[in-house]
Design a protein around this ligand. Structure first.
Ligand SMILES: [Zn+2]
Ligand SMILES: [Zn+2]
Length: 279
């Protein structure tokens, strides 16, 4: 829309954008599918917390380190831990235990050591690589996002849904590397209740931000989004710009019944932009 109504303003942003890229005040300009504008999400990086470090010394990427330990309570903390909270959600079938092909797994969440290296000025990719198992992004509170598949690459079903705590997170099983890694597949309920339904939720690995399930008071539905679960629009943080961003799709109050039909929850299985790395 800027191009139509404010061609001169857009030109100024293009000309001066590169010199002001780090101050976070110029905001982000429209999705650079034509290569003429630059996405700058400094303002959103400043909202990251409960992380070990944020390194913006690189020109092409930023690095975010996290222990992945949530800032909110959970039944997946050890009983007696200050952050332990018994399940108080609305799913009568909730259990901290998960039955993995006959083997019962019931881990407390564990401290992790995860580093995200994500594009500082994200751009649309021509190839749109698929998301994989493990972290696909990081929420603003340092907890990692997973995609809408389980460890076998199948759609999430009752097994995972009945293991999602009151904030819709749960840990991976204990076995193997990165065991008991707490993560969100669905709406991060603690973040939407704390910051609002239209707020910035975090970043995916391609450097594009994730927003909550509402925008301007309207509930976002999948028909309003592309196949990556995103679109180009103004957001709370960039009311005068059009930025590409993903949306978490809302889970209704009835977790057990709504989540089975709501996928994709955070992304569509592929990245819109060029993905960074996580290790
Ligand atoms: Zn999971
Ligand atoms: Zn939006």
């Amino acid at each position: 829309m800027n191009k139509v109504i404010f061609p001169y303003a857009l030109l100024l942003m293009v000309v001066y954008g590169c010199n002001k890229i780090d101050d976070g005040t110029t905001g982000s300009v429209s999705s650079n599918t034509d290569g003429t504008t630059t996405n700058n999400f400094s303002k959103l990086y400043a909202k990251m917390y409960n992380i070990v470090s944020f390194d913006s010394s690189g020109t092409a990427n930023v690095k975010i380190k996290t222990t992945d330990v949530p800032d909110h309570k959970s039944p997946f903390f050890p009983v007696g831990h200050a952050k332990y909270e018994v399940y108080n959600g609305d799913n009568p079938n909730f259990s901290t235990a998960i039955n993995l092909m006959g083997t019962l797994s019931d881990p407390d969440l564990l401290t992790q050591n995860i580093t995200f290296t994500i594009p500082r000025y994200p751009e649309v990719s021509s190839t749109h690589s698929s998301t994989t198992g493990g972290p696909i992004g990081i929420a603003r509170n340092g907890v990692v996002f997973f995609n809408q598949y389980n460890g076998n690459g199948s759609a999430l079903d009752a097994l995972e849904i009945n293991n999602a705590d009151q904030y819709l997170g749960h840990p991976t099983p204990l076995a193997g590397n990165g065991g008991a890694q707490y993560h969100y597949h669905y709406e991060p309920k603690f973040l939407t209740s704390t910051y609002g339904n239209s707020a910035f939720m975090g970043f995916l690995l391609d450097g594009f931000p994730v927003y909550g399930p509402y925008e301007n008071g309207t509930k976002i539905t999948q028909s309003m989004l592309d196949s990556y679960n995103g679109h180009v629009s103004a957001t709370e943080d960039y009311p005068n710009d059009k930025i590409y961003h993903y949306h978490v799709i809302s889970s209704s109050s009835s977790v057990a019944t709504s989540l089975t039909t709501a996928a994709p929850y955070i992304n569509g299985g592929k990245y819109y932009g060029t993905k960074g790395t996580v290790n």
